[in-house]
Design a binder for this molecule. Structure first.
Ligand SMILES: C[S@@+](CC[C@H](N)C(=O)[O-])C[C@H]1O[C@@H](n2cnc3c(N)ncnc32)[C@H](O)[C@@H]1O
Length: 269
Protein backbone atom coordinates (compact mmCIF):
# COMPACT_ATOMS: atom_id res chain seq x y z
CA UNK A 1 0.00 0.00 0.00
CA UNK A 2 1.26 3.48 -0.93
CA UNK A 3 2.01 5.69 2.09
CA UNK A 4 -0.64 8.39 2.35
CA UNK A 5 0.70 11.76 1.28
CA UNK A 6 -0.69 14.58 3.39
CA UNK A 7 -0.95 17.67 1.30
CA UNK A 8 -0.99 20.83 3.26
CA UNK A 9 -3.42 23.65 2.81
CA UNK A 10 -2.74 27.36 2.60
CA UNK A 11 -5.17 30.11 3.58
CA UNK A 12 -4.41 33.83 3.63
CA UNK A 13 -6.59 35.88 5.94
CA UNK A 14 -6.78 39.60 6.72
CA UNK A 15 -6.84 40.91 10.27
CA UNK A 16 -8.03 44.40 9.29
CA UNK A 17 -6.28 47.48 10.58
CA UNK A 18 -7.43 47.51 14.17
CA UNK A 19 -6.44 45.06 16.89
CA UNK A 20 -8.84 42.08 17.14
CA UNK A 21 -11.92 44.03 15.97
CA UNK A 22 -11.77 43.87 12.20
CA UNK A 23 -11.25 40.17 11.47
CA UNK A 24 -14.07 38.18 9.84
CA UNK A 25 -15.65 35.20 11.64
CA UNK A 26 -14.46 32.73 8.99
CA UNK A 27 -10.91 34.09 9.10
CA UNK A 28 -10.91 33.84 12.91
CA UNK A 29 -12.02 30.21 12.68
CA UNK A 30 -9.21 29.34 10.22
CA UNK A 31 -6.74 31.15 12.45
CA UNK A 32 -7.72 29.16 15.55
CA UNK A 33 -7.71 25.81 13.76
CA UNK A 34 -4.48 26.14 11.78
CA UNK A 35 -1.56 23.75 12.35
CA UNK A 36 0.75 26.70 11.79
CA UNK A 37 0.25 30.46 11.60
CA UNK A 38 2.49 33.07 10.03
CA UNK A 39 1.66 36.71 10.64
CA UNK A 40 2.61 40.18 9.49
CA UNK A 41 0.74 42.72 11.58
CA UNK A 42 1.31 46.37 12.55
CA UNK A 43 2.21 46.03 16.23
CA UNK A 44 3.19 43.75 19.09
CA UNK A 45 -0.29 43.81 20.63
CA UNK A 46 -1.85 42.38 17.48
CA UNK A 47 0.89 39.77 17.22
CA UNK A 48 0.34 38.74 20.85
CA UNK A 49 -3.42 38.47 20.24
CA UNK A 50 -2.67 36.06 17.36
CA UNK A 51 -0.26 34.02 19.50
CA UNK A 52 -2.92 33.77 22.23
CA UNK A 53 -5.38 32.42 19.65
CA UNK A 54 -2.87 29.97 18.18
CA UNK A 55 0.60 29.53 19.71
CA UNK A 56 1.93 27.58 16.70
CA UNK A 57 3.09 30.84 15.21
CA UNK A 58 5.99 32.65 13.56
CA UNK A 59 6.19 36.28 12.53
CA UNK A 60 7.25 37.15 8.98
CA UNK A 61 8.77 40.42 10.26
CA UNK A 62 12.36 39.04 10.63
CA UNK A 63 12.57 38.61 6.85
CA UNK A 64 12.76 42.42 6.48
CA UNK A 65 16.19 44.07 6.65
CA UNK A 66 17.33 44.24 10.27
CA UNK A 67 19.42 47.07 11.75
CA UNK A 68 21.76 48.56 9.12
CA UNK A 69 21.34 45.65 6.72
CA UNK A 70 20.61 46.67 3.11
CA UNK A 71 18.20 44.19 1.60
CA UNK A 72 15.78 44.43 -1.28
CA UNK A 73 12.19 43.87 -0.27
CA UNK A 74 11.98 41.71 -3.39
CA UNK A 75 14.31 39.23 -1.60
CA UNK A 76 12.27 39.62 1.58
CA UNK A 77 9.05 38.71 -0.23
CA UNK A 78 10.66 35.72 -1.97
CA UNK A 79 11.97 34.43 1.37
CA UNK A 80 8.54 34.86 2.96
CA UNK A 81 6.89 32.85 0.17
CA UNK A 82 9.56 30.12 0.51
CA UNK A 83 9.10 29.91 4.30
CA UNK A 84 5.32 29.69 3.97
CA UNK A 85 5.43 27.00 1.28
CA UNK A 86 8.01 24.99 3.19
CA UNK A 87 5.49 24.58 6.04
CA UNK A 88 2.63 23.76 3.67
CA UNK A 89 4.76 21.12 1.90
CA UNK A 90 5.19 19.42 5.29
CA UNK A 91 1.47 18.67 5.07
CA UNK A 92 0.39 21.35 7.54
CA UNK A 93 -2.73 23.49 7.39
CA UNK A 94 -1.06 26.88 7.24
CA UNK A 95 -2.76 30.21 7.79
CA UNK A 96 -1.02 33.48 6.95
CA UNK A 97 -2.54 36.44 8.75
CA UNK A 98 -1.72 39.77 7.12
CA UNK A 99 -2.98 43.11 8.34
CA UNK A 100 -5.65 44.79 6.23
CA UNK A 101 -6.87 42.83 3.23
CA UNK A 102 -4.27 40.13 2.50
CA UNK A 103 -4.38 40.66 -1.25
CA UNK A 104 -4.55 44.46 -1.51
CA UNK A 105 -1.19 46.06 -2.35
CA UNK A 106 0.43 42.86 -1.07
CA UNK A 107 2.37 40.49 -3.33
CA UNK A 108 3.34 37.69 -0.91
CA UNK A 109 -0.20 36.31 -0.77
CA UNK A 110 -0.68 36.30 -4.54
CA UNK A 111 2.76 34.78 -5.19
CA UNK A 112 2.43 32.09 -2.52
CA UNK A 113 -1.06 31.07 -3.64
CA UNK A 114 0.04 30.91 -7.29
CA UNK A 115 3.04 28.73 -6.38
CA UNK A 116 0.95 26.47 -4.13
CA UNK A 117 -1.59 25.93 -6.89
CA UNK A 118 1.22 25.08 -9.32
CA UNK A 119 2.23 22.35 -6.87
CA UNK A 120 -1.34 21.05 -6.64
CA UNK A 121 -1.82 22.39 -3.11
CA UNK A 122 -5.19 23.73 -1.99
CA UNK A 123 -4.69 27.49 -1.48
CA UNK A 124 -7.01 30.43 -1.14
CA UNK A 125 -7.46 33.95 0.23
CA UNK A 126 -10.21 35.37 2.40
CA UNK A 127 -10.91 39.09 2.14
CA UNK A 128 -10.13 41.52 4.94
CA UNK A 129 -10.78 45.14 5.85
CA UNK A 130 -8.17 47.20 4.02
CA UNK A 131 -6.73 50.62 4.87
CA UNK A 132 -8.89 51.94 2.06
CA UNK A 133 -12.07 50.54 3.66
CA UNK A 134 -11.14 52.30 6.92
CA UNK A 135 -10.36 55.53 5.06
CA UNK A 136 -13.82 55.81 3.48
CA UNK A 137 -15.39 55.14 6.90
CA UNK A 138 -13.21 57.57 8.88
CA UNK A 139 -13.55 60.36 6.32
CA UNK A 140 -17.29 59.77 5.70
CA UNK A 141 -16.73 59.55 1.97
CA UNK A 142 -18.72 57.34 -0.38
CA UNK A 143 -16.24 56.67 -3.19
CA UNK A 144 -19.18 55.72 -5.40
CA UNK A 145 -20.33 59.34 -5.61
CA UNK A 146 -17.58 60.31 -8.00
CA UNK A 147 -15.59 57.08 -8.44
CA UNK A 148 -11.99 56.72 -7.40
CA UNK A 149 -8.53 55.71 -8.57
CA UNK A 150 -5.93 53.94 -6.49
CA UNK A 151 -2.22 53.56 -7.21
CA UNK A 152 1.00 52.67 -5.47
CA UNK A 153 2.75 56.09 -5.32
CA UNK A 154 6.00 55.07 -7.03
CA UNK A 155 4.16 53.17 -9.75
CA UNK A 156 2.02 56.27 -10.25
CA UNK A 157 5.19 58.28 -10.90
CA UNK A 158 7.04 55.74 -13.02
CA UNK A 159 4.25 54.62 -15.31
CA UNK A 160 1.99 56.72 -17.45
CA UNK A 161 -1.01 56.80 -15.14
CA UNK A 162 -3.39 59.64 -15.84
CA UNK A 163 -5.47 60.76 -12.85
CA UNK A 164 -9.00 61.94 -13.34
CA UNK A 165 -9.32 65.09 -11.16
CA UNK A 166 -13.10 64.56 -11.05
CA UNK A 167 -12.63 61.44 -8.88
CA UNK A 168 -10.84 60.65 -5.64
CA UNK A 169 -7.20 59.63 -6.07
CA UNK A 170 -5.52 57.39 -3.50
CA UNK A 171 -1.73 57.07 -3.41
CA UNK A 172 -0.53 54.14 -1.32
CA UNK A 173 2.96 53.94 0.15
CA UNK A 174 3.26 57.72 -0.16
CA UNK A 175 6.23 57.64 2.26
CA UNK A 176 8.13 55.71 -0.44
CA UNK A 177 7.04 57.83 -3.43
CA UNK A 178 9.75 57.76 -6.10
CA UNK A 179 11.88 55.21 -4.25
CA UNK A 180 12.19 52.32 -6.72
CA UNK A 181 15.12 50.40 -5.19
CA UNK A 182 12.96 48.53 -2.65
CA UNK A 183 15.77 48.90 -0.10
CA UNK A 184 14.84 52.17 1.67
CA UNK A 185 11.98 52.76 4.09
CA UNK A 186 11.51 56.46 3.28
CA UNK A 187 11.73 58.81 0.33
CA UNK A 188 13.27 62.28 0.03
CA UNK A 189 11.83 65.81 -0.09
CA UNK A 190 13.12 66.24 -3.64
CA UNK A 191 11.28 63.14 -4.84
CA UNK A 192 8.11 64.33 -3.14
CA UNK A 193 8.61 67.68 -4.89
CA UNK A 194 8.74 65.81 -8.22
CA UNK A 195 5.45 64.13 -7.29
CA UNK A 196 3.89 67.51 -6.42
CA UNK A 197 5.02 68.99 -9.73
CA UNK A 198 3.71 65.95 -11.60
CA UNK A 199 0.32 66.20 -9.84
CA UNK A 200 0.16 69.96 -10.54
CA UNK A 201 -0.68 69.03 -14.15
CA UNK A 202 -4.14 68.11 -12.86
CA UNK A 203 -4.49 69.78 -9.44
CA UNK A 204 -3.83 73.33 -8.18
CA UNK A 205 -0.86 73.53 -5.82
CA UNK A 206 -3.23 74.88 -3.15
CA UNK A 207 -5.56 71.87 -3.51
CA UNK A 208 -6.36 70.24 -0.16
CA UNK A 209 -5.00 66.70 0.17
CA UNK A 210 -5.31 64.39 3.16
CA UNK A 211 -2.63 62.32 4.87
CA UNK A 212 -4.54 59.43 6.37
CA UNK A 213 -3.51 56.79 8.91
CA UNK A 214 -6.11 54.38 10.26
CA UNK A 215 -5.89 53.64 13.97
CA UNK A 216 -4.26 50.30 14.75
CA UNK A 217 -5.36 50.20 18.38
CA UNK A 218 -8.80 50.95 19.87
CA UNK A 219 -7.24 53.66 22.08
CA UNK A 220 -5.90 55.53 19.05
CA UNK A 221 -7.64 57.97 16.70
CA UNK A 222 -7.03 57.99 12.98
CA UNK A 223 -4.62 60.60 11.64
CA UNK A 224 -6.45 62.89 9.22
CA UNK A 225 -4.12 65.74 8.29
CA UNK A 226 -5.39 68.19 5.69
CA UNK A 227 -2.60 70.06 3.93
CA UNK A 228 -2.09 71.86 0.65
CA UNK A 229 -0.62 69.77 -2.14
CA UNK A 230 2.43 72.08 -2.32
CA UNK A 231 3.26 71.33 1.34
CA UNK A 232 3.54 67.57 0.83
CA UNK A 233 7.39 67.50 0.66
CA UNK A 234 7.55 68.98 4.19
CA UNK A 235 4.84 66.78 5.67
CA UNK A 236 5.54 63.98 8.15
CA UNK A 237 4.99 60.75 6.24
CA UNK A 238 5.01 57.33 7.85
CA UNK A 239 5.15 53.88 6.28
CA UNK A 240 1.44 53.56 7.13
CA UNK A 241 0.45 56.90 5.54
CA UNK A 242 -1.92 56.91 2.59
CA UNK A 243 -2.52 60.09 0.58
CA UNK A 244 -6.05 60.95 -0.50
CA UNK A 245 -6.44 63.61 -3.17
CA UNK A 246 -10.11 64.61 -3.29
CA UNK A 247 -11.66 65.70 -6.59
CA UNK A 248 -10.59 69.12 -7.85
CA UNK A 249 -13.40 69.34 -10.39
CA UNK A 250 -17.06 68.40 -10.42
CA UNK A 251 -18.46 65.60 -12.57
CA UNK A 252 -19.72 66.68 -15.94
CA UNK A 253 -22.53 64.96 -17.81
CA UNK A 254 -21.88 63.31 -21.14
CA UNK A 255 -24.79 64.98 -22.93
CA UNK A 256 -24.27 62.99 -26.11
CA UNK A 257 -24.61 59.78 -24.10
CA UNK A 258 -27.74 61.10 -22.34
CA UNK A 259 -29.28 61.79 -25.68
CA UNK A 260 -28.26 58.38 -27.04
CA UNK A 261 -29.89 56.70 -24.01
CA UNK A 262 -33.00 58.84 -24.39
CA UNK A 263 -32.63 61.00 -21.26
CA UNK A 264 -32.59 64.73 -20.78
CA UNK A 265 -30.29 66.30 -18.19
CA UNK A 266 -33.39 67.29 -16.16
CA UNK A 267 -34.68 63.70 -16.06
CA UNK A 268 -31.46 62.54 -14.43
CA UNK A 269 -32.06 64.91 -11.50
C1 LIG B 1 1.99 47.07 1.48
S1 LIG B 1 0.54 48.05 1.61
C2 LIG B 1 -0.50 46.97 2.54
C3 LIG B 1 -1.96 47.33 2.50
C4 LIG B 1 -2.84 46.34 3.25
N1 LIG B 1 -2.77 45.04 2.60
C5 LIG B 1 -4.30 46.78 3.33
O1 LIG B 1 -5.17 46.02 2.92
O2 LIG B 1 -4.56 47.88 3.82
C6 LIG B 1 1.08 49.26 2.75
C7 LIG B 1 0.38 50.58 2.53
O3 LIG B 1 -0.97 50.46 3.01
C8 LIG B 1 -1.39 51.68 3.55
N2 LIG B 1 -1.61 51.50 5.00
C9 LIG B 1 -1.12 50.57 5.80
N3 LIG B 1 -1.51 50.78 7.08
C10 LIG B 1 -2.27 51.89 7.05
C11 LIG B 1 -2.94 52.65 8.02
N4 LIG B 1 -2.92 52.31 9.31
N5 LIG B 1 -3.63 53.74 7.61
C12 LIG B 1 -3.66 54.12 6.32
N6 LIG B 1 -3.04 53.45 5.37
C13 LIG B 1 -2.33 52.35 5.71
C14 LIG B 1 -0.25 52.69 3.32
O4 LIG B 1 -0.44 53.32 2.08
C15 LIG B 1 0.94 51.74 3.31
O5 LIG B 1 2.06 52.34 2.69
Amino acid sequence: MQPQVHKGRLVFIGTGLQLAGQIGALSLSYLKQADWVFSLVPDGFTEQWIVDLNPNHASLQPFYAQGNEIKSRRDTYTQMVDAILEKVRQGLKVVVALYGHPGVFACVSHNAIAQAKLEGIDAKMLPGISAEACLWADLSIDPGRSGHQSYEATQFLLYNHVPNPKTHLLLWQIALAGEPTLTAFSTTKSRLQVLVEHLSQWYPLSHEVIIYEAANLPVQSPRIDRIQLQDLPDARLEMISTLLIPPAKTLSLNLAMCERLGFTEAELG
